[in-house]
Structures are given as structure tokens and as C-alpha cells.
Design a binder for this molecule. Structure first.
Ligand SMILES: Cc1cc2nc3c(=O)[nH]c(=O)nc-3n(C[C@H](O)[C@H](O)[C@H](O)COP(=O)(O)O)c2cc1C
Length: 498
């Protein structure tokens, strides 16, 4: 399965797969679409293409709203398959023998082929609007929540370059519409787009791609190290390079396949505007704060361009699956630095920054604490507020099992690590913005060197008896196959919850 070449291929694929619904009746991007979409997202429903959102341009939303759609976007069966592709390259060792050398060369070629390619023309420039023709009011930009003061562009790929070395950055930062040709740019303090802006004297050129193929859109949200171009990740994950065209009014390049492009600049010498409040993925409104002003010098687009949107809010929302994709895709890279990590889970309800459950191959006293501190030092994971560390046999994705493990294995006086450090820009809980407390819970089995009494063995039925019961299952006249294959605990928990 290949990943779709552009947004229209993607919409066609979603439609063939029964994953898209068209809505022809007129709807209002002011709050109404949020409420419709919220009900559909929470029932696991399809992507929605609003063909008449009080605008000439249709609006696509909920394209990433389920695990199945996220997998379709990447052309894989499960998100771990995307991670495996990355792991294959990250774990390359010097090849032995001819077969391995050929395989190694193929892998290197797949990296070389990931580099974005500049082309002479692109569909995203079929229509070019400059000067007085620029009019953001023509787009069906959503006002998402009642407390939002204006409409916000919510699914953009914002492109900048580091003025010191020319390295491109692509980030997903919401943009509050100010008037027909200006928006604010909500790049938070830990983000690379903001770092490019801070390093620039005067005007920094900015381009915003809206409605690219789904993997390129995802890549804008991926927490890559600053020196790695997100379009290269997109090319690698898609298996073909992202094609770029030069902007009409600045020197940046944008995906040729985008539906809509906003070109312009941000002037560092211009006073910032008061952005927000905004109904955010924390489940609360984030406060008004100064953010830079983006001036749109040109809008280029396809004929009949489709406008993409997403709504964030109290989890779960559509962005849950963008976050889960990142969780899975980055596991191999995390393991490169902290190899004792077996798996990790960022619960959607924890808005991704609030909680991380991690399982480790424990090898020495204090190992869980080593891993906590490693996570607090790793890229965007450094913003994690609470970490639970469990042993390798605990399924980090089974929250009941994790809850049991914490309850059974933790002495709060001995096993809780309180620390402090940087926190998510949007976190309203700490006394001071950006900085605050961290908690780590060591729920691993402890050894005597960690100050415990003898640790008791866990209860498990013997192999022989399990095999006996497997063999004899039919004789008992019990027909539930699940009860015979060890899925019983999960089923029982389900029954207890009713
Ligand atoms: C739907 C969605 C909206 C987002 N909005 C913002 C935002 O407004 N500001 C921000 O700094 N990060 C936002 N993020 C997170 C960034 O996109 C993410 O941290 C990304 O890695 C930033 O790119 P960078 O590392 O190149 O700065 C959003 C993510 C998603 C999925």
C-alpha cells in the first residue's frame, strides 16, 4: 500500500474505503462545524468533507480521526510498521557479505531518495493572488470554541529557514486570523520556528502550506531535532520525495501538491499582537499572550482548493492519532539513546505532555530513576510532567494493568521522585509558566539494594496445568475461546466496569 500523493488522492482513498462522508448542506465554520465534528470524532465516525461551509472552498476535517485512517495515510497495517521502517535505517551496522551490502545500499538509497526535490511548477500555484487580492475571509477558517475571539487556522505546515545555516523547519502552529491579510503565529517557546524567528534580524520569510498529502501534514507536527528537515522525514515515510516549488513573493519553497499556500513574512521589529484565548488541546482555554504578526503577501492555490482543518479541545479529539503516530514512530529513535526502554505510552487523556508510562529492562538498582531523568532530557519528551516506570513484562498500553502495577509495587515514600524542570507552554497548572514540578513513579520490582524486604513472586499458573486445560478445553463444555487463551483478565475487567 502506498501513501497518497496529495490531498485529493487521499480524499479518493478515504471515499473508496468508506472512510469519508460529504456534507452538501450549508454549515457555518463559526462553531457549528466544531459541534458536528465533535460528535463524529467521539463516535469513531468518518472524515467529513463539508462542500458548502459558507465559502467557495470545501473544508476537510477528521481526516486523521481513527487509527485505521492514520494507517491508511501511511500505507501500513499498523503504526508500529512505520516505526519498523525507521528502526531498520537507525540500526544499520556495517554490512557483512554481498547480500547484506546490497541490502545496506538499498537502505542508503531510500534515505537519499527522501530528500525534497525542487520542481519548476506545481498545482498549488494554479491561482496566484497578491496585494489587494489577498483575502483570508475567502477561506472557511473555523472559530472552534465559544471563547475563541476569532477564527484560527489549525492544520498548517509553517515553513521557515534558520538564517544562520539555511536549514528549513516545518512546524504546525495555529494562526489566529486578525484581518484579511494578517494572522498571529502561535509558535511556542520550545519550538523551532520560533528559534528561526529569534535568530533573524528584521523580516523572516514565512510560508504556510495547507492541505498537503497526509504524511507531509503529519510531518509538520513531528518533534524532529532542529537540524532535520521535516520534508525529508515525509519523503522517507512516503517512499518518494516531497516536491517543492519556489514561492512567488519570497525565497522559500513549498510543497507543490498543497491545496493552498500563504506566503509572507514576520517582522521582528514589529510589536507582537495579543493572541488567544484559544480552546486548546489541554481541555482549557489558553490565556492571551503576545505572539508575532504574520503578514500575508500572496495566497496561491489550486483551482477549487480544499481547506483542511482540525479541532483540538478536551481529549479525545482528532489530534489523538497524530500524537499516537508520533509516539509509535519515535520509539526506535528513543531506544537509540535509552536502549533499556522496551515500550512507552503517552495516554491521550494526558494530552501527551502530562503522562508517560514506560517499560524497561531493569538491570541495576535505581535504573527506573535513570530512565525518568533520561526522558526529562529528551527532546519534547523533556516537557513530560509525570512518568510511571514499569518492568518489561507490563503492557504499558493496558492502563488497568499499569494501575494494578503501581498500586502493588509502589511505596510512595520510597518510590516517588519529585523533580522540576521545563513544562509545556500551555500548561496552566504550575505556579509559574513554563517551569514547574515533575513526578516520577518507580513501579518496577525492587531489589534488596533498593532498600526493600524480599520481593514476593507474582502469581502464575504452571505451564503444565495451562497445557492440560488447553488440551481438555472442549471436554468442559465451555465455549468461550477467549477464556482459554489468556485474554480472560481483560474480559473480566470489562465485565466489572459495566
Ligand atoms: C493539531 C496540532 C496543533 C498544534 N498547534 C500548535 C501551536 O499552535 N503551537 C505550537 O507551538 N505547537 C503546536 N503543535 C505542536 C507542534 O506542531 C509540534 O510540537 C511540532 O513538533 C513543532 O515543530 P518544531 O519542532 O519544528 O517546532 C500542534 C500540533 C498539532 C498536532
Amino acid at each position: 500500500m502506498a501513501s497518497p500523493g496529495d490531498l485529493r488522492d487521499w480524499i479518493a482513498l478515504l471515499e473508496r474505503e468508506g472512510e469519508l462522508q460529504r456534507i452538501t448542506t450549508e454549515v457555518d465554520p463559526d462553531l457549528e462545524i466544531t459541534e458536528i465534528n465533535d460528535r463524529v470524532v467521539k463516535s469513531g465516525g468518518p472524515a467529513l468533507l463539508f462542500e458548502n461551509p459558507k465559502s467557495r472552498h470545501p473544508l476537510l476535517i477528521n481526516q486523521f480521526g481513527t487509527e485505521r485512517r492514520m494507517c491508511l495515510a501511511f500505507g501500513v497495517e499498523k503504526l508500529d510498521d512505520v516505526a519498523a521502517k525507521l528502526e531498520d535505517v537507525l540500526e544499520m551496522t556495517p554490512p557483512q557479505g554481498v547480500v547484506e551490502k546490497v541490502r545496506g545500499l538499498r537502505k542508503l538509497k531510500s534515505i537519499a531518495d527522501s530528500l525534497p526535490k525542487t520542481v519548476r511548477s506545481g498545482a498549488c500555484q494554479e491561482v496566484v493572488l497578491t496585494g489587494e487580492e489577498v483575502d483570508l475571509d475567502a477561506l472557511p477558517i473555523q472559530r472552534c470554541w465559544p471563547g475563541d475571539p476569532a477564527p484560527f487556522i489549525t492544520l498548517p505546515a509553517v515553513i521557515t529557514k534558520d538564517p544562520r545555516n539555511g536549514v528549513r523547519n516545518v512546524g504546525m502552529y495555529r494562526m489566529q486570523k486578525v484581518d484579511r491579510n494578517t494572522t498571529y503565529m502561535h509558535w511556542q517557546i520550545h519550538k523551532d520556528g520560533r528559534a528561526d524567528w529569534l535568530a533573524t534580524e528584521g523580516r523572516i520569510p514565512v510560508a504556510v502550506a495547507l492541505g498537503t498529502d497526509p504524511v507531509t501534514t503529519y510531518s509538520a507536527s513531528a518533534p524532529l531535532p532542529k537540524h532535520i528537515d521535516e520534508f525529508m522525514l515525509a519523503g522517507f515515510l512516503r517512499g518518494e520525495p516531497v516536491e517543492l516549488v519556489k514561492c512567488k513573493t519570497n525565497e522559500l519553497e513549498v510543497p507543490a501538491n498543497a491545496e493552498i499556500v500563504l506566503e509572507g513574512y514576520i517582522d521582528k521589529d514589529e510589536p507582537q499582537g495579543l493572541e488567544g484565548p484559544f480552546g486548546d488541546h489541554t481541555g482549557y482555554y489558553t490565556a492571551r499572550e503576545p505572539f508575532p504578526v504574520f503578514h500575508v503577501s500572496a495566497v496561491t492555490m489550486r483551482r477549487d482548493a480544499i481547506y483542511p482543518s482540525i479541532v483540538v479541545g478536551k481529549p479525545p479529539q482528532e489530534d489523538a492519532w497524530l500524537g499516537k503516530a508520533t509516539e509509535r514512530i519515535f520509539l526506535p529513535a528513543i531506544r537509540m539513546t535509552v536502549p533499556e526502554i522496551v515500550d512507552y505510552d503517552l495516554p491521550v487523556s494526558g494530552a501527551f505532555h502530562n503522562c508517560c508510562i514506560v517499560s524497561i529492562k531493569k538491570a541495576f538498582p535505581g535504573h527506573a530513576r535513570k530512565v525518568m531523568h533520561a526522558i526529562w532530557g529528551l527532546g519534547m519528551l523533556s516537557l513530560t510532567k509525570s512518568i510511571v516506570v514499569v518492568d518489561e513484562w507490563v503492557n504499558v498500553h493496558d492502563y488497568e494493568e499499569v494501575f494494578f502495577t503501581v498500586g502493588a509495587n509502589v511505596d510512595p515514600k520510597r518510590d516517588v521522585e519529585l523533580s522540576e524542570g521545563p513544562l509545556d507552554h500551555l500548561d496552566h497548572a504550575p505556579t509559574q509558566q513554563f517551569m514547574g514540578g515533575k513526578i516520577g513513579i518507580d513501579a518496577t520490582h525492587k531489589g534488596p539494594l533498593e532498600g526493600t524486604r524480599e520481593w514476593p513472586p507474582m502469581i502464575e499458573m504452571s505451564h503444565e496445568v495451562k497445557e492440560l486445560v488447553d488440551r481438555r478445553w472442549a471436554e468442559y463444555g465451555l465455549d468461550s475461546a477467549a477464556a482459554a487463551n489468556g485474554d480472560g483478565a481483560r474480559k473480566l475487567r470489562g465485565l466489572l466496569r459495566r
